[in-house]
Design a protein. Structure first.
Length: 89
């Protein structure tokens, strides 16, 4: 028990003699600005849980976000459903 009291007594003396250290702020580089939200809208839908797991796995393996994958998939789908034009666009 005296060993415990000695440790506490030493701590109290140390706190009295050591001046308090103010917290230091960490400087971090400025991140790139967020995309303009005026050009984006929220899109929600319900999909099977197993499909979501497959999508997440695919995105991790290909270092891609779900957002990027969704945009690419929707654009590819719409492109495949559009009738061919004379200019080939």
């Amino acid at each position: 028990m005296t060993n415990y009291q000695d440790k506490l007594g030493g701590l109290a003396n140390k706190l009295k003699t050591t001046p308090p250290q103010p917290p230091m702020q960490k400087v971090q580089p400025i991140k790139a600005p967020a995309p303009d939200r005026a050009t984006e809208v929220q899109f929600n839908n319900w999909i099977p849980k197993t499909l979501l797991k497959r999508l997440k796995t695919f995105c991790i393996e290909h270092e891609q976000s779900l957002k990027e994958l969704n945009i690419q998939a929707l654009e590819l789908y719409l492109k495949s459903k559009q009738p061919n034009t004379k200019n080939g666009e």
